[in-house]
Design a protein around this ligand. Structure first.
Ligand SMILES: Nc1nc2c(ncn2[C@@H]2O[C@H](COP(=O)(O)OP(=O)(O)OP(=O)(O)O)[C@@H](O)[C@H]2O)c(=O)[nH]1
Ligand SMILES: [Mg+2]
Length: 275
């Protein structure tokens, strides 16, 4: 069952991460982030290195048209990162799935590379590895332009209503999950454009344990969105809505049932039988 805890920001126990829970692949999708990527990588690596015994850092860049590739090549000579670059832009969803395919540890921590999330908030998610399979950092509060906050609010409301799921922030860029779950679910993702929402809903319907934890969110300090261009907003909304309907249709055809609904009905039947 998903639940949300009050107040992001700690104080946290900043490691060490218990080694018996398994190593962690820290994964960054990167596109046109030349101004911020160095700060992001240095912050996350200094926060996690030494506190997570078995850590690898995967940086997956594609198609950048600014100096991102040059910056990353320089950083790869100095920092412990595995760098994957290609020339053609993949788009966010494909980029995330491909980036995760390079990860080798039992857990993957996939983070947007524009430093809108604090590295230290990793420690708010990490302890829940004991009891959950997918741990989502919920932007609290979301520091984006108002129209984005409104669109995201509507998007999450629609997804919740359409699929009867209890999640508040299905497009978060700060999430930790078991790698084997992504390997199982990623090949099925086809309807939505932004990876996390479709992943979370499919994981929920597959019965995995999903936790939401509030984390800090910062306004983008530099650069601009690589996805939500104002000129494309109408098309993006339409595409997401159509994807949502297609996914619902697919679930119906496959007779997929919402595990929380099944559990609730079973509990009601039991209660009725007792009276
Ligand atoms: N490799 C790769 N990364 C991408 C691609 N598109 C976006 N990204 C990265 O995905 C992350 C999320 O993109 P953003 O543009 O920050 O999306 P957003 O956070 O919703 O938008 P802003 O609030 O404006 O930052 C960033 O780290 C981008 O660099 C892509 O095509 N390929
Ligand atoms: Mg961003």
């Amino acid at each position: 069952m998903a639940n949300k805890q009050p107040g992001p920001g700690g104080p946290y126990q900043r490691g060490p991460a218990p080694p018996e829970l398994g190593g962690i692949s820290l994964v960054f999708p990167v596109y046109n982030e030349s101004f911020i990527i160095e700060q992001t990588l240095r912050n996350y690596i200094s926060e996690l290195e030494g506190r997570v015994e078995d850590l690898e850092v995967v940086v997956a860049e594609d198609g950048s048209t600014d100096d991102t590739k040059v910056v990353l090549e320089r950083l790869a000579r100095e920092l412990p990162i595995q760098l994957f670059m290609s020339d053609e832009r993949k788009g966010y969803q494909r980029a995330v799935i491909d980036a995760i395919s390079h990860a080798t540890k039992p857990w993957v921590f996939v983070v947007d590379s524009d430093y809108q999330f604090a590295a230290i908030d990793f420690w708010a998610l990490e302890p829940h590895r004991r009891t959950h399979d997918v741990i989502l950092g919920v932007k609290s509060p979301r520091k984006d332009p108002r129209y984005r906050v409104f669109l995201s609010w509507g998007y999450n409301k629609l997804m919740r209503a359409c699929f009867r799921v209890p999640y508040d922030d299905m497009d978060t860029g700060f999430r930790l999950f078991r790698r084997e779950i992504v390997e199982e679910i990623a090949p099925k993702i086809r309807h939505m454009s932004f990876f996390t929402a479709e992943f979370v809903i499919r994981a929920h319907y597959a019965g995995y344990r999903i936790k939401q934890i509030p984390v800090r969110h910062y306004a983008r300090k530099i650069g601009s969105t690589n996805i939500f261009y104002v000129s494309k907003l109408f098309f993006i909304c339409f595409e997401q809505f159509a994807g949502m309907l297609r996914m619902r249709q697919e679930f119906r055809e496959q007779g997929l049932e919402n595990p929380s609904g099944v559990r609730k009905r079973a509990a009601k039947r039991e209660a009725r039988a007792r009276t």
